[in-house]
Write a protein that binds this ligand. Structure first.
Ligand code: SAM
Length: 328
């Protein structure tokens, strides 16, 4: 039987993770991080496992030659095995950014950013799926990436993920709303965590803090991103469609008026989401700076369902036209 490269890799990740899970008495997701690291280092890094398991692991790893797989094949296989692990322990705010969204962000990044080398930040990097989907679409560019994530298992997955795809990513395991010790970046991409930020004391450092009660973490993430991007830099956020309908929206609007040029809003197809309330958009902003060209009109696009090829073509043509009129 002919199996695809992604299936072959997925099977190897899955089988070795199951073995490690059993041996280490850990969760499947932790085992996925361990096996990713083993495969990258070409070694079995766990000391406390039986001879038999070491032999079985070695046999599976030996059959995989990473150089024979493309980055996208590696990313997709790793994504599938992570998804399997996430089903076991569902955490709504930890969800990986789906492929289709990542591809679209990657496409927009490629259209907006012409520089041959730049620095990119994802302050909610999670498993690194969004970041590496975007990186895999930028050909012939020299890109330095920074990823920040509060969850220690997710950041281990991001670490293995970027290593396996040989993307140099600097990762920090911390709360992104605490002070960040990073050099300014040229662009930010982020699938923002949506909800309340529990640390009221830290929120006091932000202009977008709530006047009463907890602040919205997605608002604070936007402000933090603006703080670390260079003037003129682009920011691509995945936001809930209701971003401007909350009681704290007027403050956000004011903040954006002061600091940003809105370049566009790309609404993701409603069919991707459970219901209208959970639907999201890609919000494209530019930090104000010298010689910034304000678009005649922001790019406002409603994406059709990705399976409708003809409608997709139409929309992509509309986006191209917008670039011709506003960015040339
Ligand atoms: N793009 C990611 C991926 O492809 O895996 C998924 C991003 S997920 C929607 C949002 C992420 O933000 C979660 O991984 C969550 O753990 C992280 N997060 C939430 N609050 C955070 C904080 N204060 N600092 C850093 N990361 C945080």
């Amino acid at each position: 039987m002919n199996i695809s490269p992604v299936e072959k890799l997925f099977t190897a990740f899955n089988e070795t993770a199951l073995l490690l899970q059993e041996e280490l008495s850990c969760t499947f997701l932790e085992a996925v991080a361990e096996t990713g690291e083993n495969l990258f280092q070409q070694a079995i890094l766990q000391e406390e496992i039986s001879e038999l398991s070491v032999r079985r692991l070695k046999k599976i790893y030996e059959e995989i030659n990473l150089d024979k797989f493309s980055n996208e094949e590696i990313r997709k296989a790793y994504q599938l095995v992570i998804l399997k692990g996430m089903k076991e322990s569902v955490q709504p705010n930890h969800q990986m950014t789906p492929d289709s969204v990542g591809m679209l962000v990657g496409y927009l990044v490629e259209k907006f950013i012409r520089a041959a080398s730049y620095r990119i930040l994802d302050p909610a990097v999670g498993t690194g799926n969004l970041l590496t989907t975007v990186l895999n679409q930028q050909s012939n560019k020299k890109i330095e990436s920074v990823g920040i994530e509060i969850d220690d298992i997710l950041i281990r997955l991001a670490y293995a993920n970027s290593n396996l795809q040989e993307h140099p990513v600097e990762l920090f395991n911390q709360d992104s709303l605490e002070p960040l010790f990073i050099d300014p970046v040229d662009t930010v991409i982020s699938d923002l965590p949506v909800g309340y930020y529990p640390n009221d004391l830290r929120a006091q450092d932000y202009q977008l803090k709530a006047e009463e009660g907890h602040s919205y973490s997605h608002h604070l993430f936007i402000e933090q991103s603006f703080k670390h991007v260079k003037p003129g830099g682009y920011l691509f956020f995945i936001i809930p469609n209701g971003l401007f309908e909350s009681p704290q929206a007027p403050q956000l609007r004011e903040y954006l008026k002061e600091n940003a040029v809105v370049q566009g809003i790309v609404q993701l197809p409603l069919t991707m989401f459970k219901n209208k309330n959970s639907a999201k958009s890609i919000f494209i902003l530019q930090k104000k700076g010298e010689n910034i060209k304000v678009p005649k009109q922001a790019m406002l696009v409603n994406m059709p369902s990705f399976s409708k090829a003809a409608e997709m073509d139409n929309v992509l043509r509309k986006i191209d036209k917008w670039f011709l009129e506003n960015k040339m």
